[in-house]
Design a protein around this ligand. Sequence first.
Ligand SMILES: *[C@@H]1O[C@H](CO)[C@@H](O)[C@H](O)[C@H]1NC(C)=O
Ligand SMILES: *[C@@H]1O[C@H](CO)[C@@H](O)[C@H](O)[C@H]1NC(C)=O
Ligand SMILES: *[C@@H]1O[C@H](CO)[C@@H](O)[C@H](O)[C@H]1NC(C)=O
Ligand SMILES: *[C@@H]1O[C@H](CO)[C@@H](O)[C@H](O)[C@H]1NC(C)=O
Ligand SMILES: *[C@@H]1O[C@H](CO)[C@@H](O)[C@H](O)[C@H]1NC(C)=O
Ligand SMILES: *[C@@H]1O[C@H](CO)[C@@H](O)[C@H](O)[C@H]1NC(C)=O
Ligand SMILES: *[C@@H]1O[C@H](CO)[C@@H](O)[C@H](O)[C@H]1NC(C)=O
Length: 393
Amino acid sequence: MRSIILMLMLSITHTQSLSICSASCVVCSGDAVICHKLTNIIEAPVTTKALMLTDGFIVSVDHHFLSNMSNMTVLSLSHNAITTITQDAFQNLTVLRTLLLDHNQLSSQALAGTTFSWLIRLEILQLGNNVLGEVNGSWFHAMGALRTLQLEGNRITRLDNGTFASADLQGLETLDLSNNLITYLGKDCFRGLMGLRSLDLSKNQLQSAPPEAFLYLTWLSNLNLELNMWNCTCELKDLASFLTSYMETPDKVLFNRQRMTCVSVDNPAVTTVLELTETNCVSPNKNITVIVQAKNSISTQRYARDLALASVFFFSGGIGLALSVVYMVYLKARRDKPGAEELEKGRTTPTQMITHWDFNQDNLQMAQTGLETKLTLPNSNRQIKDVRSHRLG
Ligand SMILES: *[C@@H]1O[C@H](CO)[C@@H](O)[C@H](O)[C@H]1NC(C)=O
Ligand SMILES: *[C@@H]1O[C@H](CO)[C@@H](O)[C@H](O)[C@H]1NC(C)=O
Ligand SMILES: *[C@@H]1O[C@H](CO)[C@@H](O)[C@H](O)[C@H]1NC(C)=O
Ligand SMILES: *[C@@H]1O[C@H](CO)[C@@H](O)[C@H](O)[C@H]1NC(C)=O
Ligand SMILES: *[C@@H]1O[C@H](CO)[C@@H](O)[C@H](O)[C@H]1NC(C)=O
Ligand SMILES: *[C@@H]1O[C@H](CO)[C@@H](O)[C@H](O)[C@H]1NC(C)=O
Ligand SMILES: *[C@@H]1O[C@H](CO)[C@@H](O)[C@H](O)[C@H]1NC(C)=O
C-alpha cells in the first residue's frame, strides 16, 4: 500500500495531461493513471507504473493494452464486474508487485494455472469479495514472492489437504480467508505455507478444526478463528489445548478468543472453545468418572454425604468447581481424622477396595468401602437432579 501512495505523490509532480485520458480519470501522468467508471481497460502510457481503474463496469481483462506496460508495479481493477481474465492477460507484467482484483465477479472457473504464472515478483494479491467457490493451489504455482493473499468474502467451502499442495507459497506471510463458507479444514491443508505469520479464518462455518492444521506453522503469530459455528464437544478439546498453549507462547496472538463462541455444546457450562478442558468436555454418551484417592480410611457415610453435596455444586458452577469441592472435602476429611499420617506411613498396599457410586439410574449405588472412591456421573442434568431430590426427599 505504501507503494501506491508513493505512486500518487509521484504522479502529482508530473502534471502534464495525456490525450488518452478520459474525463473519468482523476490522475493521468506518465507514471500513474487512475480512473473510475470505465467499461474497458484503456490504453495508458507504456511508462505507467501504477494503473488503477476502479469502481467501474469492466467485465473482462486481456493482454491487449496491459502487455505494453511492462514496467507496471501496481494494477488495481477493484470494484468492477470482472468475470473473465484471459490466460495471457498479465503475460508481460513481470515486475508487478501488487494486483488488486477484489470486489468483482471472479469464479474459480475464471482462474487457471497460467493466469498469474507470469507474475513472478508479485507480493500482494487481492482476490477478496469475488465468488470463488474453491481455491486451487495451481493458481499460485509460480508465486514464491507472494507475501499477502486476500481471499476474504468469497464462497470457499473447504480447504483440503491438497488445496495448497501445488502452490509455491513458501514466502506467504498473510492469508485472509475470513468471511467465507468454510466448513472443513484438512489436517494438512496449510502444509507448504511454512512462512505464514497471520491467518484469518474468522466468520466461517467451522464446527471443528484439527490442531494439526496449525502445528507446522511455526511462525504463526496472528490467528483469528472467531465467529464460526464451533460445536463444543470433546472432539474440540485438542484444539482448545493447542490454542491455550499457542497463546501462552510470547508474541503469539489469538484474536478475540472470547468470540470463539460455541454454537452447540454438550456441557451448558461451556460457552467458548477455550473453556473446553479435560474435565468439562462432556459428550452425551460418556459418563464422567471422578476418582478420589483416599490415602487413609475415612468413614463411608461422610463420603456419601459430601459427594452428594458436591453433586449439587456440580450443576451450579460447572465441573471444575465440583472437582475442587470434592478435593476440599477430601482434605477436610483427612484433617478431621487423627492419626492419618501414621496410618498412611504404615500402609504398604494401597487401593484394595473401591467405593463406587452410580448415579445413572434413579438410585444411588455404593459398591464398597475403601481407599479409593469412584464417582460416576452420567451427563444429564435432569437425571442427576432427580437423584438428588430422591436422596434428600
Ligand atoms: C522500463 O524501465 C526501464 C528501467 O527504468 C527503462 O529502461 C525502460 O525503458 C522502461 N520501459 C518502458 C516500457 O517504459
Ligand atoms: C505496444 O507497443 C508497441 C511498440 O511499443 C506498439 O507497436 C503497439 O501498437 C502497442 N500495442 C498496443 C496494444 O498499444
Ligand atoms: C509481451 O510478452 C510476449 C511473450 O511473453 C512477448 O512476445 C512480447 O514481445 C511482449 N510484449 C511487450 C510489449 O513487451
Ligand atoms: C486445479 O487446477 C488444475 C489445473 O487447472 C486442474 O488440473 C485440477 O483438477 C484443479 N484441481 C481441483 C481440485 O479443481
Ligand atoms: C489429510 O492428511 C492427513 C495427514 O497426512 C490424513 O490423516 C488425512 O486422512 C488426510 N485427509 C484426507 C481427506 O485425505
Ligand atoms: C456436534 O458434534 C457431534 C459429534 O461430533 C455431533 O453428533 C453433533 O450432531 C454436532 N452438532 C451439530 C449441531 O452439528
Ligand atoms: C455409564 O454408566 C452406566 C452405568 O454404570 C453404564 O451402563 C454405561 O455403559 C456407562 N456409559 C459409558 C459410555 O461408559
